[in-house]
Design a protein around this ligand. Structure first.
Ligand SMILES: NC(=O)c1ccc[n+]([C@@H]2O[C@H](COP(=O)([O-])OP(=O)(O)OC[C@H]3O[C@@H](n4cnc5c(N)ncnc54)[C@H](O)[C@@H]3O)[C@@H](O)[C@H]2O)c1
Length: 387
C-alpha cells in the first residue's frame, strides 16, 4: 500500500498513533500538520516523517496525498473532512465525525457522491475478540440477543483541576463522556449485533460544574503528569458521567454507563451480551480474553489465538496466541481494512470499515440521548442516514 500517500492532521495524542498504525499497515505517510509550524516540525522530526506541513491547503493541493486522516479537536472535523472530500482525497476522520447531525448528514451525502472512501475511526471494532463476538452472533451461536449491558469508564478527568478542550461544548460538542467514549461502546454493539437503537432514556451528570483551565493548551491525558501550572476557573456544561437505557429494534434491551471520573479505571470498556444460546463478556483492559457463558456446561475463557477463532477473524490477527495485541493494533487493523478497500477500487462494494454513515448514526444517537436527559423521558432515535 506504499502507493497511497496519506497526510495526518493533528499531532497531539492520537495523530501520532495514526502515523504509527499507518506505517505498520504498510501505508506511506507523507507528513503531518499540527496547529502551528512548531508543532508540525516537532511531530515530523519525532516521528521521522519527510514533511511538516504548514497549512491544510498544502495537503489538499499535493498530488502525493491520496488520503487525509483527521485527528484534531472535534469542532474542526466537519470543515476539514468536507474540504478533503471536495479536493478528491479519501478521508479517515476521528470520532465524532462532526458537531451535530446536520453536519454529519452533509458529510454522508458528500461522501456518497464522491467515489472516495470515507471512514470514521471506530477502532475498537478491530480487537480480534470483538470481531469474534460479531461472528458468534452472525453464526447464530449465541442465538437471539436479549440484552447488551456495559460501560466505558476512565479516570483522567476525575479532579476539578483536570482539563482538556473536550470539557467545553464549543470545542467537543454538547455531549462529552457519551460522545467521546460512549459512542465507541454504542458503535461496537452495533458492529457486533447489527441491532439498531430505537429509543433511549438518559440521565447525565456534571460532577464538576467548574474546572480549572491551565493557561495554554493541554494534550489529552497529559494532566496526570503532576506539573503545577497557572489556571483560571471555567464553567462546564458537558457531562462527566451518565447512564443510558436502550431499546433495540426487535425487542432487545441495553444499558450503558459512561464516566470520565472513576478512579482507577484508566480506559475500560466492558460489555456483557446475553442471548438465547449463551452469553459473552469482554473488557478492553484484558482484550485478549473472551468469557463465554453457558447454562448446561462449564463456561469458557477464549484466549485470542488465530487457531481458535472464526475464519473471518483470522486476517485481523497478526501475532500467535499468547503474543498479546492491544490498542495500537486496532488502529493498524482498521487502516488495513480501509486501505485494502481503497486498493480494490470498487467504491460501490459494501464497506469493510466504519463509514461516515456509522459516524452519522452515532451523532443522531447522541442527540437523542441529550434530548432524553433534558426532557427526563424516553426519546425515539430518528433514522440514521444511509451511506
Ligand atoms: N479512536 C480513538 O481511540 C481516539 C482516542 C483519542 C482521541 N480520539 C479523537 O481524536 C481527536 C483528537 O484527540 P486527541 O486526544 O489527539 O486531542 P489532542 O488535544 O491531544 O490533540 C489534538 C491535536 O490537534 C492539533 N490541532 C488543533 N487545531 C489544529 C488545526 N487547525 N490544524 C491542525 N492541527 C490542529 C492540536 O494542536 C493537537 O496537536 C478527537 O476528535 C478525539 O475524539 C480518538
Amino acid at each position: 500500500m506504499q502507493d497511497i500517500g496519506v497526510a495526518v492532521v493533528g499531532a497531539g495524542f492520537i495523530g501520532p498513533v495514526h502515523v504509527e498504525g499507518l506505517r505498520r499497515a504498510g501505508v506511506n505517510v507523507t507528513g503531518i500538520l499540527g496547529v502551528s509550524d512548531d508543532e508540525s516540525n516537532t511531530a515530523a522530526a519525532h516521528l521521522g516523517l519527510p514533511r511538516a506541513y504548514r497549512r491544510f491547503e498544502e495537503i489538499l493541493d499535493s498530488a502525493a496525498v491520496a488520503a487525509v486522516h483527521i485527528a484534531t479537536p472535534n469542532r474542526l472535523h466537519f470543515a476539514l473532512a468536507r474540504q478533503a472530500l471536495q479536493a478528491g482525497k479519501h478521508v479517515l476522520c476521528e470520532k465524532p465525525l462532526a458537531m451535530n447531525s446536520r453536519e454529519s448528514a452533509e458529510l454522508v451525502a458528500l461522501a456518497a457522491q464522491s467515489n472516495l472512501a470515507a471512514g470514521v475511526n471506530y477502532n475498537i471494532r478491530y480487537y480480534p475478540l470483538c470481531l469474534q463476538m460479531r461472528e458468534m452472533v452472525r453464526s447464530g451461536e449465541v442465538g437471539r440477543v436479549f440484552s447488551v449491558c456495559g460501560s466505558y469508564v476512565q479516570d483522567w478527568l476525575l479532579y476539578p483541576t483536570d482539563y482538556n478542550w473536550r470539557v467545553l461544548a464549543e470545542e467537543g460538542g454538547d455531549l462529552r463522556a457519551v460522545a467521546d467514549i460512549g459512542t465507541h461502546w454504542l458503535d461496537l454493539i452495533h458492529a457486533i449485533t447489527g441491532l439498531e437503537v430505537e429509543s433511549v432514556c438518559a440521565d447525565l451528570a456534571t460532577v464538576h460544574p467548574v474546572r480549572q483551565r491551565p493557561k495554554g493548551e493541554v494534550e489529552t491525558f497529559s494532566g496526570k503528569s503532576g506539573r503545577v501550572i497557572a489556571t483560571e476557573p471555567v464553567e462546564i456544561n458537558t457531562e462527566d458521567s451518565g447512564c443510558i437505557l436502550l431499546r433495540f429494534a426487535g425487542g432487545g434491551r441495553g444499558c450503558l454507563w459512561v464516566s470520565q471520573v472513576t478512579a482507577g479505571r484508566k480506559n475500560c470498556l466492558r460489555l456483557e451480551l446475553a442471548g438465547s444460546g449463551g452469553a459473552m463478556a469482554w473488557n478492553s483492559e484484558q482484550p485478549n480474553e473472551l468469557w463465554i457463558g453457558h447454562r448446561e456446561r462449564a463456561n469458557e475463557l477464549l484466549l485470542r489465538d488465530p487457531a481458535l477463532v472464526y475464519d473471518a477473524v483470522r486476517p485481523y490477527i497478526s501475532f500467535p496466541g499468547g503474543h498479546n495485541e492491544g490498542f495500537p493494533d486496532t488502529f493498524k487493523q482498521c487502516f488495513r481494512a480501509f486501505y485494502g478497500y481503497i486498493r480494490q477500487g470498487d467504491f460501490a462494494a459494501p464497506p469493510t470499515f466504519p463509514t461516515f454513515a456509522d459516524g452519522h448514526r452515532e451523532i443522531v444517537l447522541c442527540e437523542a440521548i441529550l434530548a432524553s436527559h433534558r426532557q427526563r423521558q424516553w426519546v425515539p432515535v430518528a433514522a440514521a442516514g444511509e451511506r
